[in-house]
Design a protein around this ligand. Sequence first.
Ligand SMILES: *Cc1c(COP(=O)(O)O)cnc(C)c1O
Length: 416
Amino acid sequence: MDHLSDVTILEEGASALEFLKEKAKDGFGQGDQNAFYVADLGDVVDKYYRFLRELPRVRPFYAVKCNDSKEVLQTLAILGTGFDCASKVEMDLVLSLGVPADYIVYANTCKQPCFIRHAAKHRVSKMTFDCESELFKLAENYPEAELILRIVASDIGSVSSLSKKFGAPLHKCEDLLKLAKILNLSVIGVSFHVGSLSKRPQAFSQAIADARLVFDLGRKFGYLMRLLDIGGGFPGDDDFQPGFEEFAIAINEALDQYFPSKEGVEIISEPGRYFVASAFTAALNIIGKKDENVTDILGKQDRKISYYLNDGIFGTFWPYELKYVKPKLLKDYHHSQKYFSSRLWGPCCTDRDLILEEVSLPELEMGDWIIFQNMGAYSISKPSTFNGFLPPTVYYTMSRDKFKKIQRHNSHYPTD
Ligand SMILES: *Cc1c(COP(=O)(O)O)cnc(C)c1O
């Protein structure tokens, strides 16, 4: 297994935030102030132990799409987690870290046939399906695969409607299981995903109850149903309500009710943002400023200030998560300072590159930094180079303590 590369070890007493402040000073006044991130990999390590503590019956398979940086994947591989991959490139990335194929679930219900053959070649056998056409593809390209039937789960209140695109409705499951039998395929379990950044722990309870029905149906067809995959959707930001612990309570209760441990069903989960959101902080620089006079509803004149930042929607922000974005300032401001209605733009030449339309901030100057915490999920794994703006650099850090702690883990996967 690879050791962690390119990670700055923080000595006792130093924090990732202080490291960020130092980095921000580096570029000051030189016109060389690209947006950048600082990641605290120790936070990822903490999340891992918290997961094991709160969901003792569930093994995490980290969803690679959420943040595919090598340092995050290496950290999780050292800890011995599994991985959820959705493409050939993601599988190769994880396999290249020495992760055994058994620790990968190919959790994309719609797979390109050559990717299925690639999975077969590397014996990545666990994969999901939710419709007839996928079963025909699997029978042709990887008849020995171990199939997981993804069912629809309610995603009300979450930030992404996955159920519109993925998952079989319960009333279709019988036909799918029948067809898999005719095609001589083996079904080993059930999966679901309640939508990213779910607001409803009950969505897990309901989906686990539904999964039970499909398990019983599967057994009627003679399948050895042995795996339940409860997907992702947990928050990764500690200010988010309901918090991870509330989800864990609902899940543990439902598991004990519908999948009691004596039955021996293996339970896995595919958390993405949970592991990485809070570990990453972005620092964006003000590269432009504009003043506007506005009149409020009482007829009073005031200023509205627009700031232009050097990263935005086409870089690392996801448009549908902007309501959770909270800018913070690196400079100290007096409480007595006047606040102005402000707008934050990204750097691209389109009005779509708007980070926040309305936020109250003290007056800032060109060259000031604005930081955004909880930026590890669905940010650096998807930036474009639209308009020629390159993705921000990420500086990876870990405290000396955490570094020592995970070194002890180094051969976590069983060797054969
Ligand atoms: C995106 C995705 C995940 C991760 O979701 P989070 O909300 O980030 O936890 C897990 N499983 C599947 C199948 C996904 O598509």
